[in-house]
Write a protein that binds this ligand. Structure first.
Ligand code: 5GP
Length: 203
């Protein structure tokens, strides 16, 4: 059986430029898998069902929760978001590492289930920069932008509980993505994850 992969949680307020950075991380590390979450939020322009998210209504989401099919889930700004359990387990058991792009409550649930999960908080440099990015995206109403900024402050308050913090500075997407890849590579080399390689010397 393959050595199971480990989970990498990436959190960071929306409008922090997380989507762009994570696309680059995927290109730099094609061997790592990215979990597709389920959500009750309506799709944004250009988003596809099964690619960015599995889009579903509240009844379908609540049924999945009742059937214990979510690894973790939360309600964020009025919508449900959750990680489907089956796919995540299949990927980990195949030996691949898996990135979960989830918010802080999801991270807390994951850390309880998988204490060896690696958590990274991707932070925008300032709250003002975040406001500009959210407004510039033009996909949210002013009210939603304010809601997301308030939520961002709550999330950043919890940043000290993460294993790593990476600041996503303007025009530094490349460096930021590289930094995340370096963290994942270093974590793969942790002695506690290399026990098979060590034990192979003694059989
Ligand atoms: P957005 O609506 O901008 O795509 O996502 C809003 C927030 O929900 C982001 O912080 C994102 O990381 C988080 N999120 C996305 N999928 C999940 C999930 O499966 N579980 C949890 N807990 N949060 C999620």
């Amino acid at each position: 059986m393959a050595k199971p992969g480990f989970l990498v949680v990436i959190s960071g307020p929306s409008g922090g430029g997380k989507g762009t950075v994570m696309r680059r991380v995927r290109e730099m590390m094609p061997e790592i898998a990215l979990s597709v979450s389920a959500t009750t939020r309506p799709p944004r322009e250009g988003e596809e069902d099964g690619r960015e998210y599995y889009f579903m209504d509240r009844d379908a989401f609540e049924e999945m929760v009742a059937r214990e099919e979510m690894l973790e889930y939360t309600c964020y700004c009025g919508n449900y978001y959750g990680t489907p359990k089956r796919e995540a387990r299949r990927i980990l058991e195949s030996g691949k590492n898996l990135i979960l792009e989830i918010e802080v409550e999801g991270n807390a649930q994951i850390k309880r289930l998988y204490p060896d999960a690696v958590s990274i908080m991707l932070m925008p440099p300032t709250i003002e920069e975040m406001r500009q990015r959210l407004l510039g995206r033009g996909t949210e109403s002013l009210e939603t932008v304010e809601k997301r900024l308030a939520r961002a402050r709550e999330e950043i308050r919890l940043a000290p509980g993460y294993d790593y913090i990476v600041v996503n500075r303007r025009d530094e997407i490349e460096a930021c993505a590289r930094h995340i890849c370096e963290i994942i590579r270093a974590e793969s080399a942790r002695a506690c994850r290399m026990t098979d390689e060590i034990e192979a010397f003694f059989i």
